[in-house]
Design a binder for this molecule. Structure first.
Ligand SMILES: C[S@@+](CC[C@H](N)C(=O)[O-])C[C@H]1O[C@@H](n2cnc3c(N)ncnc32)[C@H](O)[C@@H]1O
Length: 332
């Protein structure tokens, strides 16, 4: 049964909303404030009709007591926002390719470390982010011998992971890809572009709930973690716990990218905020940690690579604000 007439849709009481909202938060970390009640309702109504379930309370018990977890996975497919695209936020990616990767490569060489790059794309959606990272790494490593790359990519939604593993794309998501990159890293089939085998082999997709600290704690030794546009959906308490986990999963000197409109202000003081030429990035201080260059065009701001622990000064707050607004002026 599919509902076409909104008048047939069951109303959601405040109590039902809170039952479902708190369940979602406990399980996934995703938090829907009261003004998003309509969104929760709209996303559930079709599924309830398919199941022949008449009230949101009954749906809540259906998902809560489904020991197979099948309904929970479907619920996650419905409740997550999966917007993404290739080369999303180019300044961050340029900083990764032209600044972070060279620093990591030099550091590993000088410390005689294994020539391995370990990258984590946490909340990878349909795969565009980890494949973009794979492309950038191949571009950077071209001509260098003996390097291996591991990109771990995961998401809570099985539906997006299926698409990611397939690696087949069309339409708007490809809009930031140059013809040269399309020709080099994709095969064309009609309107569809499939990521080539070599790039796909770099990325290991798996299901993971970022609101599961035990799962996070077994992931480690990353050189760079990307968790962009994911934590915006989480409550503060879940963000704090997850960022602690990311910190522990990074190698000393490793880098942490969050979305360009996000900040760790009020979430964590453990990371150092580094001002690279193209973007801001967080770094876990430690042996071999590198400092960024001074951001261009900010007169009067002290030369920086300062720990966010000191994030109470006016200058730091100004820079924190800048981290939110700067990318809006650049091409996405
Ligand atoms: C807006 S997309 C961001 C994709 C990509 N990182 C980017 O910036 O383009 C957010 C992704 O986070 C995933 N997500 C939300 N909650 C999650 C959780 N608890 N564990 C793992 N992934 C989660 C969603 O399923 C969704 O695919």
């Amino acid at each position: 049964m599919v509902l076409n007439n909104p008048a047939e849709e069951p109303d959601m009481s405040q109590e039902e909303f809170i039952l479902i909202r708190d369940f979602l938060h406990e399980k996934s970390g995703i938090y829907f404030p009261e003004n998003k009640q309509y969104l929760v309702k709209n996303r559930l109504v079709r599924r309830m009709a398919e199941l022949g379930i008449k009230t949101y309370r009954d749906y809540f018990y259906h998902v809560k007591y489904d020991t197979s977890m099948r309904e929970f996975h479907l619920l996650m497919d419905l409740m997550t926002t999966n917007e993404t695209s290739f080369f999303r936020n180019e300044p961050q990616l340029t900083s990764f390719k032209d600044e972070v990767l060279p620093l990591l490569i030099d550091k590993k060489k000088s410390e005689n470390k294994p020539k391995t790059l370990r990258i984590w794309s946490a909340g990878c959606s349909t795969g565009e982010e980890p494949y973009t990272l794979g492309i950038l790494i191949q571009e950077k490593l071209a001509g260098l011998q003996g390097w291996t790359t591991e990109i771990i990519a995961n998401d809570i939604s099985e539906e997006v992971l299926q698409k990611a593993r397939k690696g087949e794309y069309s339409g708007l998501t490809l809009r930031n890809l140059s013809p040269a990159i399309l020709a080099k890293y994709f095969t064309k089939n009609g309107d569809n572009y499939t990521v080539n085998t070599k790039t796909r082999a770099l990325v290991k997709f798996s299901h993971m709930n970022l609101n599961d600290p035990r799962r996070i704690s077994v992931h480690g030794n990353f050189d760079v973690i990307f968790c962009r546009n994911v934590m915006i959906y989480f409550s503060e308490e879940v963000k704090k716990q997850l960022v602690r986990g990311f910190f522990n999963s990074l190698e000393p000197g490793g880098y942490f990218y969050i979305g360009h409109s996000e900040t760790l202000h009020g979430i964590s003081k453990a990371f150092k905020l580094v001002y690279l030429k193209n973007a801001l990035v967080y770094q876990k201080e430690g042996k071999g940690a590198t400092t960024g260059s001074r951001p261009a065009g900010i007169p009067g701001v002290p030369r920086y690579s300062s720990k966010e622990a000191g994030a109470t000064s006016g200058a730091t707050k100004a820079l924190d604000l800048l981290s939110k607004i700067k990318p809006m002026t650049t091409k996405k």
